[in-house]
Design a protein around this ligand. Structure first.
Ligand code: C2E
Ligand code: CA
Ligand code: CA
Ligand code: CA
Length: 281
């Protein structure tokens, strides 16, 4: 038994060593990735529930790894955050979003809106607002066609950060951009943010949306979020809608916009035009 114990320790050490190497290698690769074109951007559409019209796309990053294939954002964004790369990565996502918006206009889809995800690191990045303004000017993009998705869990409440994050959202709004609170209903401060932040919409998190047909509590919460958002004049987007029945129920509840596999999975850039041609009325 003693031997087995020692073995386990040795195995554990080996495991930790491997893991350490793995993380070191991944970190080095991730730092390089910011300078290569290994990051790919997928675009997932949103639809107006009342009219069935396609409204726009959300930009979602993937890492196309030469050996491991496509790595989803949940697998490398936390590492990027630890490495202090989040702001840099999100500047790239923002640029990809503006480029695609511009490309869509030239391809004959001028009314399609574009959204991108903004980490707290992007919001406070010294280049953020300048590059955003520069990008829309250079691309001749209407600011009202651009939506910045800000996590509900962003630390708006922290004394030191309050002014910065809330003020940046104020700046974005006065510059004419849309700002949506993302993953709404998951954090604890969502409702209070609605009172203090000047946002244009909320995205109800998939964890609530997915159970509205089976779980009465999820249904009540989503119903109330939609009611409150409607009262406040905010756009409500339900994310993670995977079937027709959920979409119909959300419509009954007064939800404005849906996104999810039922409409479409996130699309690689070269599939966007074909998808639009098939879905635009
Ligand atoms: P999110 O902003 O809540 O984006 C929605 C996520 O749900 C996406 O995952 C999307 O592919 C997935 N999804 C959409 N519809 C459905 C559905 O019907 N069913 C299911 N099961 N999933 C659905 P993805 O692309 O893996 O992104 C995960 C998260 O990573 C995003 O969640 C977002 O928080 C973050 N993220 C992605 N790209 C970026 C980026 O460029 N910058 C930042 N800061 N965050 C990003
Ligand atoms: Ca989002
Ligand atoms: Ca212009
Ligand atoms: Ca979400």
């Amino acid at each position: 038994a003693k031997g087995a114990g020692r073995n386990r320790v040795a195995l554990y050490d080996e495991y930790m060593h491997e893991r350490h190497n793995y993380l070191n290698r991944r970190s080095a690769e991730l730092i390089d990735v910011v300078d290569t074109d290994a990051l790919k951007y997928f675009f997932q559409p949103t639809m107006d529930l009342a009219t069935g019209a396609v409204i726009g796309f959300e930009t979602l990053v993937r890492w196309e790894h030469p050996i491991d294939g496509i790595i989803p954002p949940d697998h490398f964004l936390p590492l990027a955050k630890d490495l202090g790369l989040m702001g840099a990565l999100d500047l790239l996502s923002m640029t990809a979003a503006l480029k695609e918006k511009r490309r869509l206009t030239l391809a004959g889809f001028p009314d399609i809106k574009m959204a991108f995800n903004a980490s707290p690191e992007l919001l406070t990045h010294p280049e953020f607002i300048n590059r955003l303004i520069w990008g829309v000017e250079a691309g001749n993009i209407h600011r009202s066609d651009i939506t910045i998705e800000v996590l509900e869990t962003t630390n708006f409440g922290e004394v030191q950060e309050t002014s910065s994050h809330a003020a940046i959202i104020g700046d974005l709004r006065s510059a004419g951009f849309n700002v949506h609170l993302d993953d709404f209903g998951v954090g604890f401060a969502g409702l209070s943010h609605l009172a203090t932040l000047d946002v244009t919409g909320v995205k109800v998190d998939r964890s609530l949306v997915k159970d509205i047909l089976t779980d009465p509590v999820s249904q009540k919460i989503v119903r109330k979020i939609i009611e409150l958002s409607n009262d406040l004049g905010l756009c409500v987007i339900a994310e993670g809608v995977e079937d027709q029945d959920t979409a119909a129920e959300l419509g009954n509840m007064g939800c404005n916009v849906i996104q999810g596999y039922w409409l479409s999975r996130p699309l690689p850039q070269d599939c966007v035009d074909d998808w639009l041609r098939q879905h635009i009325q």
